[in-house]
Design a binder for this molecule. Structure first.
Ligand SMILES: NC(=O)c1ccc[n+]([C@@H]2O[C@H](COP(=O)([O-])OP(=O)(O)OC[C@H]3O[C@@H](n4cnc5c(N)ncnc54)[C@H](OP(=O)(O)O)[C@@H]3O)[C@@H](O)[C@H]2O)c1
Length: 436
């Protein structure tokens, strides 16, 4: 058995490729079932976020298992292998474990140390467990990744002052406004007529950051008004005007800065919509949706500047150097967590021998117990029988404790294999049954 991860991220693929491989929550179940349907895939889990799609697997062998995942990704995205494979990465065994720990800690994120990724890793675990696609190995690995993510955030400064995609989006707006005024600083958005489209988690965070950056009023558009109104109630100091998505054109006509953050699978703003609006001012669009909410055909349109999630790299890079130093603090901790998982994984090699040893001693114990009890005859009470049975089990467990612990203890592969073959031979386990 092998652990592997195959996927793509903002590091390997542009948003136009990533959006074809964004697997919405309601498509996770059939996707897990399709992957598990392959004979080479024993366990699997899917991590789908705006910046990455990663498929974690336990596979029978790297070649067939990785090919099975690549074929699934190609089928799902509609991209040919030639178009897709240059954007994919795959890691195997130690490297796959290290990669997951890094992802959960936020060290592989576009915005170093951001917190959203940890809840997305937790969601991967929950969906895997609900859909029975995890077995003992991925369950252990993914659960450990979640606790590693939490540890990194509590035991290092990585989470302190970390920005997020939404705060980077607001910073990008400030930077672009500053650049349009001839300087390279982040300027206040106070004078902007701002709209946010989408009242989900990202919409909420955008509004939070807009308020922090000096915005005093925002138009909030959403498909359903109730959600927008509920969100607005949480920001009593900000004048939030809630509108339905049907009012989008009115909004595009009067606003100067529009953020889009909906989970729509199709673009909600394109060139023809913008052409049909009578715009009164220059319009800056910032789209953090993946799939994108703004069609690429708006590019080059006069009086419009449009940015997608990949453009956030410009502001992220400005903050990255200081955060790299903080990230170094987390590296030692990640190495320790990887080592613990790999030691556990190595110790699994001892399980079949340990099971056979237990089964062998158990059969001797129960056979000898039956012989002894039959000699005692009916005078022996039920209570006395129980005491003798417990005594025999206790002796076996005490005898097994030290050899089992030492067989499972961290050691080199050769040492473990030597120890296992000694145990197999002295207890003559080769032909004994035990659950593997
Ligand atoms: N979560 C993250 O960490 C993260 C980070 C960066 C980017 N993003 C991207 O940001 C977008 C929103 O994510 P989220 O986490 O805020 O999602 P969310 O909490 O589930 O909210 C989804 C939002 O999208 C709206 N929506 C869904 N389907 C729609 C459709 N067909 N047409 C119009 N509106 C629709 C919903 O409107 P209703 O309220 O009416 O349902 C809601 O406002 C996604 O594209 C995601 O990939 C997410």
């Amino acid at each position: 058995m092998h652990i592997a991860v195959v996927g793509l991220s903002h590091r390997t693929a542009p948003v136009e490729v990533r959006e074809k491989l964004s697997i919405a929550e309601n498509s996770i179940q059939p996707s897990l079932a399709a992957l598990k349907g392959n004979d080479h895939v024993l366990e699997t889990a899917i991590l789908s976020t705006c910046n990455r799609l990663e498929i974690y697997t336990v596979i029978t062998n790297p070649e067939d298992g990785i090919k099975a995942v690549e074929d699934f990704l190609s089928g799902y995205s509609g991209l040919s292998n030639e178009e897709l494979i240059p954007h994919l990465f795959s890691f195997h065994h130690n490297d796959a474990v290290e990669h997951l720990m890094k992802v959960a800690a936020g060290l592989d994120s576009m915005v170093l140390g951001e917190g959203q990724i940890l809840s997305q890793v937790k969601k991967m675990v929950r969906l895997g467990q609900e859909n029975n696609s995890l077995g003992p190995i991925l369950n252990r690995l993914l659960t450990q990744a979640v606790s590693t993510g939490k540890r990194v955030r509590t035991e290092t400064n990585l989470g302190t002052g970390a920005v997020s995609i939404s705060s980077a989006a607001v910073e990008l707006a400030q930077l672009k406004l500053g650049q349009s005024q001839g300087n390279d600083r982040l300027v206040s958005l106070e004078s902007e007529k701002v709209a946010v489209v989408g009242a989900g988690r990202m919409g909420r965070l955008l509004i939070q950051h807009l308020q922090a950056k000096g915005c005093s009023s925002v138009v909030l558009l959403n498909r359903s008004k109730e959600r927008a109104e509920a969100l607005a109630k949480d920001f009593p100091e900000l004048a939030i005007q809630c509108r339905l998505l049907g009012d989008l054109n009115d909004c595009l006509s009067v606003c100067s800065l529009v953020f889009t953050s909906t989970a729509s699978e199709q673009p909600i703003i394109d060139r023809s919509r913008l052409d049909s609006c009578k715009r009164s001012s220059f319009l800056r669009l910032i789209d953090i949706g993946v799939p994108r909410n703004i069609d690429s055909d708006v590019s080059g349109l006069k009086g419009v500047e449009s940015h997608d999630v990949d453009d956030l790299q410009e502001v992220v890079s400005r903050n990255q150097e200081a955060r790299q130093q903080v990230a170094l603090q987390a590296q030692g901790l990640l190495q320790e967590e990887c080592r613990l998982f790999l030691e556990w994984w190595d110790s699994l090699e001892a399980v079949p021998t340990i099971n056979r040893l237990r089964a062998s001693l158990e059969s001797i114990r129960s056979e000898e117990l039956q012989k002894a009890l039959s000699r005692m005859g009916p005078d022996f009470s039920a209570r006395e029988r129980k005491v003798v049975e417990a005594l025999s089990k206790g002796i076996i467990n005490k005898i097994l404790h030290t050899p089992v612990t030492s067989l499972r203890a961290p050691q080199s592969r050769t040492d473990r294999q030597n120890a296992l073959s000694v145990v197999e031979s002295i207890f003559d386990l080769a032909n004994k049954k035990g659950s593997d």
